[in-house]
Design a protein around this ligand. Structure first.
Ligand SMILES: *Cc1c(COP(=O)(O)O)cnc(C)c1O
Length: 362
């Protein structure tokens, strides 16, 4: 069976040695030495000073929303992302205002953001996503945020290992967050990280992720968003592996590229200046019918691509009425986008087989 991705697994010995150390120390959580060590390694790997780990990408988003004081506020968000981007806003009592995406790069459209910011002068923030590890139009978004006084929070969950203009794509906006879930290119089984641009925000988030108090002094409303030592150990064992994983995926992605370029199938356009991480291989099919035909043929061969991301989030049934607006580009893209199987140790013969099926139906 070939699935859309397969989790990277660290050398068992290495992981077990750390697990034994944790068990022996009897210190399983509460900002322990493994969490602090991983934060230090991430900070130096990414060359970013303020990195905080927490229990999930969703928690990272919620802590960042709180840290930026966006809870309960109106926030612009892309409808073309994993549902967790939106649910974090809803859990924090925000009113999401969907801003449609650009048809070529599938990231939040700066033109549409400008229109939305003009129409909603009471909005306080924007939550764009570097979808599939592509960079949003950061310069344009920053300029609009300055003009309309918006906080910028990037969901960089797809962007670990990506660079933009020579620096980590996790280092932009007022704050960026990244999921470290097992399906991501670097992971801690479950986990997330928050990259702040200021040390004040970094400190505030450290406090909030551990109930908001230090000893008996209670500074702010907190939550339990801590990462455990066991999860940090998975991260420490995995961290040396992600560059090699990216390199292997790059070869397979090039194979897909060379087989599919002659067809009517399109990949989203990567922004100039991005060094991608090949976390996904998204393909924009001409119609939803072609997508169904392709997935049916693949399923018959035990191959399971995924519809990332379907449906467009502005069409979810449980949205507040005022959030239900039309986003034609996101809706059309969500119907037609298929992520093809891609992981480091995937047999290249499957790339051929999958490509042949796609060429046959398109
Ligand atoms: C994976 C993902 C999340 C959720 O992260 P969890 O760690 O599973 O909570 C959020 N946003 C995007 C874009 C994701 O891909």
């Amino acid at each position: 069976m070939i699935t859309v991705t397969k989790a990277v697994s660290p050398p068992t010995e290495e992981l077990l040695t750390m697990v034994a150390q944790i068990a022996e120390s009897r210190f399983f959580t509460n900002n322990g030495m493994f969490v602090r060590k991983l934060e230090g390694q991430l900070s130096s790997t990414l060359n970013l000073p303020f990195v905080r780990l927490c229990s999930s990408g969703t928690m990272a988003l919620q802590l960042a929303i709180r840290g930026l004081q966006l809870h309960g506020k109106k926030v612009f968000v892309t409808p073309f992302t994993y549902v967790a981007t939106l649910s974090a806003l809803l859990w924090e009592g925000c009113t999401p205002v969907f801003v449609d995406i650009d048809p070529e790069d599938l990231c939040l459209s700066p033109e549409k953001l400008r229109q939305a910011a003009t129409a909603h002068p009471d909005a306080k923030g924007v939550l764009p996503v570097h979808i599939y590890g592509n960079a949003c139009d950061i310069a344009a978004i920053d300029a609009i945020a300055q003009e309309f006084d918006l906080q910028v929070l990037y969901d960089a969950s797809h962007a670990f290992g990506c660079e933009y203009n020579g620096t980590s794509l996790l280092g932009y906006g007022d704050c960026s967050v990244c999921s470290l879930h097992a399906t991501k290119i670097f992971h801690t089984a479950e986990g997330g990280c928050i990259v702040s641009r200021s040390s004040n925000l970094n400190e505030d988030i450290s406090l909030k992720r551990a109930f908001g108090h230090v000893d008996d002094t209670h500074h702010s409303l907190g939550i339990n968003g801590k990462m455990s030592e066991l999860h940090a150990a998975v991260g420490l064992a995995n961290l040396p592996l992600y560059k090699d994983e990216i390199a292997r995926r790059k070869v397979l992605a090039a194979q897909y590229d060379s087989l599919l370029t002659t067809s009517s199938l399109l990949c989203p356009t990567m922004r100039a200046g991005v060094t991608p991480n090949y976390a996904y291989y998204p393909l924009l099919l001409p119609t939803e019918k072609v997508l169904h035909e392709a997935t049916t043929l693949m399923k018959a061969k035990d191959i399971y691509p995924r519809r990332y991301f379907y449906p467009s989030l502005n069409t979810l049934p449980y949205l507040p009425e005022e959030a239900k607006v039309s986003c034609p580009v996101a809706e059309s893209s969500a119907r037609r986008v298929l992520c093809l199987p891609l992981f480091g140790d995937m047999d290249p013969a499957y790339v051929d087989e999958i490509s042949q099926i796609l060429l046959r139906v398109s």
